[in-house]
Ligand binder design. Structure first.
Ligand code: B1M
Length: 212
């Protein structure tokens, strides 16, 4: 019987990692597209958790176990999320900004970029502006990519732009930003180079930067 993506979403909401990974694998085995599994199963579940979290119907521990199940599910999808098409070369320093521990969106951005052939140096979460810049210099990166999920931490992106300027690398590195509270106008206001709304367009933009 075909995998029920609603069931996948519900297992994710309950943080049932074992069932989530089994259903993701089964859906792939049945030939379902990785994008459909991601959007209609895993992300659907995480969106529902987000609404419940906001309404105080679930709390941090439940969200954490759901996030763990999400990361385990997306890890299985990783090789299949790579879109066919152009393959680019270039280096990206990726991380979630200082004070911010949300990593699911950032991980998706990394997977999509790797799928396009880019080398991604993932610094993880809670990354200081200094660290982004140090690593960009060390690896001679083409791009610094910053993710933020909190209105209180997105301001760190401005610090990254300023540190890159102060270190004299601003003309060598493009700064990409994204995450739920981030917008195009915020990007322009802090002097970053590109805002993209989702992981797929982030990867596409990174390819265009590296091919230019
Ligand atoms: Co948090 N949290 N959280 N949380 N959490 C949000 C973000 C929130 C909107 C929930 C809510 O109130 N509805 C709210 C933020 C409110 C605000 O600032 N406006 C919130 C809050 C308040 C908090 C805490 C402060 C709660 C507390 O402790 N009282 C706390 C902060 C901790 C910290 O970071 N210091 C906190 C903690 C957590 C957990 C640890 C429990 C957990 C994170 C676990 C983890 O990531 N490993 C968590 C989660 C899971 C969420 C929600 C439910 C889901 C986020 C997520 O992973 N979404 C979230 C509610 C929501 O978003 N609906 C919420 C799925 C993911 C695929 O989407 O990350 O948006 P997203 O990524 C998207 C795009 O944004 C984009 O691409 C992805 C899609 O393709 N994108 C980029 C992301 N980065 C990009 C970079 C790019 C380009 C695109 O270029 C570089």
């Amino acid at each position: 019987m075909a995998v029920d993506l609603k069931a996948l979403s519900e297992f994710l909401q309950k943080g049932r990692a074992k069932e989530v990974t089994e259903l993701v694998q089964q859906a792939l085995d049945e030939g379902m597209s990785a994008k459909v599994i991601l959007h209609d199963g895993l992300m659907d579940g995480m969106n529902i958790i987000g609404v419940k979290f906001k309404n105080n119907e679930v709390f941090v521990p439940e969200v954490l176990i759901a996030a763990r199940a999400m990361n385990m599910g997306t890890a299985i999808l990783k090789p299949f999320l790579a879109e066919a098409g152009e393959v680019a070369t270039g280096k990206v320093i990726l991380g979630t900004v200082k004070g911010d521990l949300h990593d699911i969106g950032k991980n998706l951005v990394g997977m999509m970029m790797e799928g396009k052939g880019l080398e991604v140096i993932d610094l993880g979460t809670d990354v200081s502006a200094d660290r982004y810049v140090e690593e960009a210099i060390k690896h001679e990166a083409n791009i610094i990519a910053c993710s933020a999920l909190l209105t209180t931490t997105m301001t760190q992106m401005k610090a990254v732009v300023e540190k890159a300027e102060a270190a004299g690398i601003r003309d060598k590195v493009k700064i990409m930003i994204g995450g739920a509270p981030v917008t195009d106008s915020y990007c322009a206001s802090i002097g970053a180079d590109y805002y993209t709304a989702d992981a797929s367009s982030a990867a596409q933009t990174a390819v265009e930067i590296c091919s230019a």
